[in-house]
Every structure is written in structure tokens, then in C-alpha cells.
Design a protein around this ligand. Structure first.
Ligand code: FEO
Length: 169
């Protein structure tokens, strides 16, 4: 049976992963309006990844005999106006998620739950990749600047991103 404090921390993080899915869905809609299909695809993959992150924790909680309590998901708000600002928000959000996963690992450590720590190792590594992939996009967008032709070429590159269902744990 999972410790109650850890169960609560998992439930909080499950909500944040579903919020991430929802936030990236809103961003997908933003790019649909701009008709930038590669960016739409990039966020489509992001949505599926966040869903997998949430489900990974939800199923884990069940496997450990815990209760998953689904709370309301906040309304996603896109803070920026430009494409770069949208990706700056993505980076800020991912850094926040990293801090929350680290907090979850702190709780698992505190209650000496080695099995949960093993699972969270996967999420910690995943966050390194998540931040790196957003930083990649941001660096390219900074190089592109106001060059619309270059932006359209980059949009084609982003169309190639595919979702590979993660093996969590
Ligand atoms: Fe589930 Fe993007 O972190």
C-alpha cells in the first residue's frame, strides 16, 4: 500500500500532467489558426506525450493500491502573442513540471518508497529530454528571427516529429 502523503503528491502531479496536455492542446489550436501544420504536429505529439505521462502515474498509483482522485483541470492560458513567446511559455512550464517531479521524488524519498523512486527516475530523465527539445525549437526560432521563408521551411521540419509511445518505468 502506498503512503498517503505520496498518494496525494502523485494525484497532484497527475493533475499537472493532464493540465500540460490541455495547455499544449490550446497551443495546437493557436498554430492551427496560423496554418503552420508542422507546429501543429509538434504540439500534437506533445499532447500525446503528456497524456502518456499522466496515464503512467495513474496506472502506477492503481498498481500500488492507491486511489486516483481526478480533480478539475485549470483553463489553459496562452500568455504570449508571438511564436517565440509561446515557446518561452512552454519552456517555463516544463521547468515548472521538472520542479514538481523533483518535489514528488523528495516525498518518495521522505517516506522511503524505493519503488516509487525507481519510477520517478524515468520521469526525471524524461524532463531533461522535454526541456532539451523545447530549447532546440527556441534556438532555431531565434536564428530564424523575422525570416518568414525560413519559418515555413522549419515548419516542414517539425511536421516530421512522431509520437513514440513511451515505456514508462
Ligand atoms: Fe509531462 Fe512535459 O512533462
Amino acid at each position: 500500500m502506498i503512503n498517503e502523503k505520496l498518494e496525494k503528491a502523485f494525484n497532484d502531479q497527475i493533475n499537472k500532467e493532464f493540465y500540460s496536455e490541455y495547455l499544449y492542446l490550446a497551443m495546437k489550436v493557436y498554430f492551427q489558426k496560423l496554418n503552420l501544420k508542422g507546429f501543429v504536429n509538434w504540439f500534437d505529439v506533445q499532447v500525446q506525450e503528456e497524456h502518456a505521462h499522466a496515464m503512467g502515474m495513474l496506472n502506477y498509483l492503481d498498481e500500488r493500491g492507491g486511489d486516483c482522485v481526478l480533480e478539475a483541470i485549470d483553463k489553459p492560458v496562452i500568455e504570449g502573442k508571438t511564436i517565440i513567446e509561446v515557446f518561452e511559455q512552454v519552456l517555463k512550464h516544463e521547468e515548472y513540471v521538472t520542479s514538481r517531479i523533483n518535489h514528488l521524488a523528495d516525498v518518495a524519498e521522505e517516506v522511503k518508497d524505493r519503488a516509487a523512486l525507481h519510477l520517478l527516475d524515468w520521469y526525471i530523465k524524461e524532463q531533461v529530454e522535454e526541456e532539451a527539445s523545447v530549447n532546440d525549437v527556441l534556438s532555431t526560432l531565434k536564428l530564424i528571427g523575422d525570416d518568414k521563408k525560413a519559418l515555413l521551411m522549419y515548419d516542414k521540419d517539425l511536421a516530421a516529429r512522431t509520437f513514440n509511445p513511451p515505456v514508462i518505468g
